[in-house]
Design a protein around this ligand. Structure first.
Ligand SMILES: Cc1cc2nc3c(=O)[nH]c(=O)nc-3n(C[C@H](O)[C@H](O)[C@H](O)COP(=O)(O)O)c2cc1C
Length: 157
């Protein structure tokens, strides 16, 4: 299954490519209070959430994951770390990823993945997840996703 969150569409486009190539089901992470379209307003809110540790409320139902071996988990880098919605997802549902093979895919503004994978590991541990593996991430600049088919295919293979 492909599980992802996306504010401005880059990670969503990447998620759809991965889902098509791997014939996966898709689950979008959704929030009670979505972020504004405006970048600066989003950044202000995200900075406040990061400073206070108060991640956004989720408004979603996770499908039963027992039927899946592999979880393609899609996110984006914010302030060189994991975006707040993904932190919220891992806090709430990290333990559901026990025993899974996690395939992380990430988009960014050109500065790379930052410490997203470290934060992901920490939150999985805190949530009580066990026996999971985190595979090599697919990392793509958000404005390059439309020309990244070769890299996406190689990673999926
Ligand atoms: C609040 C905020 C903070 C960001 N911080 C970074 C950053 O530190 N480094 C980076 O390379 N890109 C950063 N970006 C750019 C996003 O990672 C990039 O646009 C990403 O592809 C967005 O994914 P989405 O379209 O799926 O929401 C930031 C974007 C936002 C909105």
């Amino acid at each position: 299954i492909v599980i992802y969150w996306s504010r401005s569409g880059a990670t969503e486009l990447l998620a759809s490519k991965i889902a098509n190539l791997t014939n996966s089901d898709v689950c979008q992470i959704t929030l009670t209070n979505p972020y504004p379209a405006d970048y600066l307003e989003t950044r202000t809110r995200a900075n406040r959430e990061r400073d206070t540790g108060l991640t956004p409320d989720l408004n979603m139902q996770l499908p039963d994951l027992t039927q899946y071996e592999t979880v393609y988990l899609g996110f984006q880098t914010w302030a060189m770390t994991l975006s707040e919605p993904l932190k919220a997802f891992l806090k709430a549902y990290g333990n559901e990823l026990s025993g899974k093979r996690i395939m992380p895919f990430e988009t960014n503004g050109g500065y790379g993945i930052g410490n997203c994978l470290d934060v992901m590991s920490q939150l999985l541990q805190i949530s009580g997840a066990t026996n999971y593996t985190i595979e090599r991430p697919l990392t793509i600049a958000g404005n390059q996703v439309d020309v990244a088919d070769t890299a996406v295919r190689e990673w999926c293979d």
